[in-house]
Design a protein around this ligand. Structure first.
Ligand SMILES: [Zn+2]
Ligand SMILES: [Zn+2]
Length: 298
């Protein structure tokens, strides 16, 4: 059977630009055959937080209705640090995180992926506690919202937290409303953090650890990225699928694992000079790794 991007039994896609308005992301996603996509609901490298106008929301909803994209996840701003060591940074981050959840609520986006933060001058335990407190506060301030916040696994660069499943489990254990929190596994990040998923034994061991510490019921998104840097490098550099240190075999383990079957799979690989060509190639390669007996399976 030939697998093409029109086969929408798998929720797969890429991070899409919102240049020209949030609604324009759907056109870009449709052009490359995405069934899932990730967007920034604002400029990810700036603090300014312009409010969405009713017109922005209407345009977005209209574009979504016409699109083949079945699930959208948002990624919050890179500046947000939910365990910021200074009062100013922490307050700014918490405010921006709440605004992100509110924007997602008004757009009908169910999941917000975020990096928990970097503890810098604080100790790690205090960092984890602060992140959980920030999440609890955000949930309280957006009570009644259906938006679920997803902690992304991190590569462990510098003093970032969330670099092991144990740390993520620890943060979750301090969150009061666990229905509003979940996890996003980033393949590049877990590999950079030391999880060797290149062999079947290593992959299985990693997933057993995930299941026992966090649980697959908490997994609502996966970022599929190969890694430019070796295992345990703690460096977050994404590469195209099969072209990096992880290699295509590992992605086959994910694509054939029933526990990942209905989880949205999002690529965050470089766009390159030829535009979106790789956003067609990478999903095509991933789909081709699904064994015949597992195709169309739910
Ligand atoms: Zn991320
Ligand atoms: Zn990611």
């Amino acid at each position: 059977m030939k697998t093409t991007n029109t086969d929408n039994s798998v929720l797969i896609g890429a991070h899409m630009s919102v240049a020209g308005g949030l609604h324009t992301a759907f056109e870009r996603a449709d052009r490359v055959g995405c069934t899932a996509m990730q967007i920034f609901t604002k400029n990810s490298n700036q603090w300014n937080d312009p409010d969405l106008t009713p017109e922005d929301i209407e345009k977005y909803r209209e574009a979504e209705n016409k699109s083949k994209v079945r699930i959208v996840v948002s990624h919050d701003s890179y500046l947000i640090n939910l365990c910021g060591a200074t009062k100013e940074l922490l307050q700014k981050s918490r405010r921006a995180f709440v605004k992100e959840i509110q924007r997602c609520q008004s757009l009908g986006i169910k999941y917000v992926v975020f990096h928990p933060g970097a503890h810098t001058t604080l100790d790690r335990t205090e960092g984890l506690r602060l992140v959980a407190e920030s999440i609890n506060r955000a949930h309280d301030e957006t009570a009644g919202s259906e938006v679920v916040t997803l902690i992304e696994t991190t590569a462990g660069q510098g003093t970032t937290v969330g670099t092991s499943f144990a740390e993520i489990a620890e943060m979750i254990s301090m969150i009061r409303d666990t229905r509003r929190v979940g996890v996003c596994i980033d393949t590049c990040h877990i590999f950079a953090a030391g999880y060797d998923i290149r062999t079947e034994t290593g992959f299985n061991r990693t997933m057993e650890e995930f299941e026992s510490l966090i649980g697959f019921s908490m997994l609502h998104a996966v970022h599929f990225n190969d890694a430019k840097k070796p295992l345990n490098s703690h460096v977050d550099r994404h590469e195209h699928i099969g072209k990096g240190e992880i290699g295509r075999k590992a992605f086959g383990f994910f694509m054939n694992d029933r526990r990942f079957a209905t989880v949205p799979k999002i690529l965050e690989t470089p766009k390159g000079e030829d535009g979106y060509k790789m956003d067609i190639e990478n999903p095509r390669l991933l789909r081709s790794l699904v064994k015949k007996e597992n195709r169309g399976r739910k």
